[in-house]
Design a protein around this ligand. Sequence first.
Ligand code: GLC
Length: 390
Amino acid sequence: MSAREVVAHVTREARAVLEGAWVEEAGCCRPNENVYPHQWLWDSCFHAIAWGSMRDIRGVRELTSALSAQFDDGLVPHMRYLGSPGAFRGPQAGRSSFTQPPVFSHAAAYLERRGFGVPPAVGVSIARALQYLYDQRRTPDGLIFIVHPWESGADDSPRWDGWISESYENHRGWRYDSEFVDCTEYSSCGSAKWNHRFVVAPAGFNALTAHAFAEFGAHTKSKTWSDRAHELAATMDRVLWDDGEGLWSDLVIVGPDTSVAVPTLDGALPALVTSDASRAQRVLEQLEDPRRFAAPFGLTYTARDHSSFDPVGYWRGAAWPHLNYLMWLVAERWGQGHLSAQLRRQSLEAAIRSRFAEYWNPLTGEGLGAVPQAWAAIAVAFADATRSSS
Ligand code: GLC
């Protein structure tokens, strides 16, 4: 296929994937009807970006619905159930008590940049959600903490291996999720506020929060949020930078700190917000280095030279469409034209080859997990960017 055909094909298929996943009465896409039959927060933010790339107003509807189950204290739940919940994720009937990375701020800014008016109520929800993270989820150092691995979005990341006493082989059948739920403490309105076994300030979650503060600050011309973005990015640089890996590690507040420096893309995400050009440069080099994260079909989640790297393993080294997108934002931010074009091209090819899979083998493009998965439609943002760059 020529480059033009690839773009046209991805645009057509992405629309079909989103249309097929759309639930009109809920105003959102299910990630996958059989495997993920509810609404997930960051998935919906990526769907909103994909709809926005296709100039479809459903982007605004999906973002609005993603924020609609917000708690009284401002936490936005990581799931809104579209049927029986299937598992216990806190004491509430219709929603989880946990959150996920606040990509909604970027999704809102993306939609606005494409000419959609985002309703003022969405802006109010975003402000409340960010304020919640700032007020209720800040460590004395000034970092943002999470209280369950789900909240990182990278549920089974090797960065959580320290919590598991068995070997990697044994924990392929990870069943710790529910045990961590059992150790959670909830606020009076039902949101998760603490965990007796797991409290961490992850590099990835902090980067996406600082990015959310920055985008919200820029959009609303709020000096307060822009200052908070700088402050958080500077704190990450001061507390989390790991010069040995050339990445940012996580800070453990409750739990063992034996695994949180494993080189994953989580540790590269702060390049989205750091003001330290030499650190960003070290990350960018690793994104182009086949010994670290570079692969023929996009970036590996875990660095290839780490012992836990597994190109087909769930959160072990497979490539993820939304992370390729976020790292593409990093390449764009630092003016890395070559890397940016490479990530665009690889993501388009991988979407086709994997048939819009949830994640894929970065060495072969073979689709893994749920197929199709709605967030793979984020490839249409690359199609859009390819069109406007040619
Ligand atoms: C898995 C992923 C999480 C995602 C969800 C729905 O739990 O780890 O990031 O939001 O699936 O796609």
